[in-house]
Design a protein around this ligand. Structure first.
Ligand SMILES: [Zn+2]
Length: 290
């Protein structure tokens, strides 16, 4: 039992260490948060805070302590800049200007727009591809998985609390979409459409898809679209390697990456449509032969 407890403490410590960053280890920041909490977050002061907090902030789970952390983050950033140091991260994140209740406004809006683009293209797919196409249901199911991932990505970037940690898993799930294995003459690229996932499955995945696209590009003109999607997706995911403090305290590399993938939904679904219609023609031709 005791051993178990020790393990748990060690694990909790490891988790805490993993999310700690230079900024929040800074004594100035810690003192500031401590004093702010003492001053504002108990008794009458807390009641005052609550009665003055906009309703959308409390609904989104912003607490008095969170406000202290936010204000003290900017105090610390100010001191760093004054002394000519590099902007530090706090709790594993760059300092972002909060907009309303949005913690990372640019990434949240971009995630929402990725989801919206996916939804619009799904509707387009459903009107232009007959349900008899062999890949129809797979594509539609996949689009819903993707929409779900973008929904959680939007939530995660809006408000990153212990509660939304669940969606850290969702964030990873976006990556695993890449790994969905699909069937069909054109394996239809669904497994590559991980958008959110960075390079988990990496170069092997890239090489496999490019190989498929190139092998089929003579026979199937739309395979070029798939090659373009593979290359753009992998090229754009390099953006994630650039880790810089947010421009205007809004746009970091991650947000730019999310913005850059929005138009790819159009190209990707256009490929899915072409491929599904092609597979439908093939299966119709086969059934005529029998
Ligand atoms: Zn993201």
């Amino acid at each position: 039992m005791a051993e178990r407890a020790v393990r748990l403490v060690l694990l909790a410590g490891a988790v805490a260490m993993a999310s700690a960053s230079q900024g929040d280890r800074e004594p100035v920041y810690r003192d500031c948060v401590l004093r702010c909490e003492e001053r504002n977050c108990s008794g009458g002061a807390l009641n005052h805070f609550r009665s003055h907090q906009p309703i959308y902030m409390s609904l989104a789970g912003w607490t008095c302590r969170d406000d202290c952390k936010y204000d003290c983050m900017w105090v610390t950033v100010g001191l760093y800049l004054q002394e000519g140091h590099r902007v530090p991260q706090f709790h594993g994140k760059w300092p972002f200007f909060r907009f309303l209740f949005f913690q990372e406004p640019a990434s949240a809006v971009a995630s929402f727009l990725n989801g919206l683009a996916s939804l619009v293209m799904l509707c387009h797919y459903r009107t232009s591809v007959p349900a008899a196409s062999p890949m129809y249901h797979t594509c539609v199911a996949f689009a819903w998985v993707s929409l779900n991932a973008w929904f959680w990505s939007t939530i995660f970037h809006t408000r990153d609390t212990e509660l939304t940690e669940v969606s850290g898993t969702a964030r990873r799930a976006q990556g695993w979409q890449r790994g969905l294995a699909m069937q069909g003459s054109a394996p239809s690229l669904l497994s590559l459409w991980g958008l959110g996932g960075g390079g988990e499955l990496g170069l092997a995945n890239l090489a496999w898809w490019l190989g498929w696209c190139l092998r089929n590009s003579r026979r199937l003109p739309h395979a070029r679209k798939c090659a373009a999607v593979v290359l753009l997706l992998q090229g754009l995911s390099l953006l994630e390697l650039l880790d810089f403090p947010p421009l205007f305290w809004v746009l970091d590399a991650h947000a730019i990456w999310h913005i850059s993938t929005i138009p790819l939904h159009v190209l990707f679904f256009s490929f899915l449509e072409d491929d599904s219609l092609y597979l439908l023609r093939v299966s119709e031709a086969k059934s005529k032969l029998h």
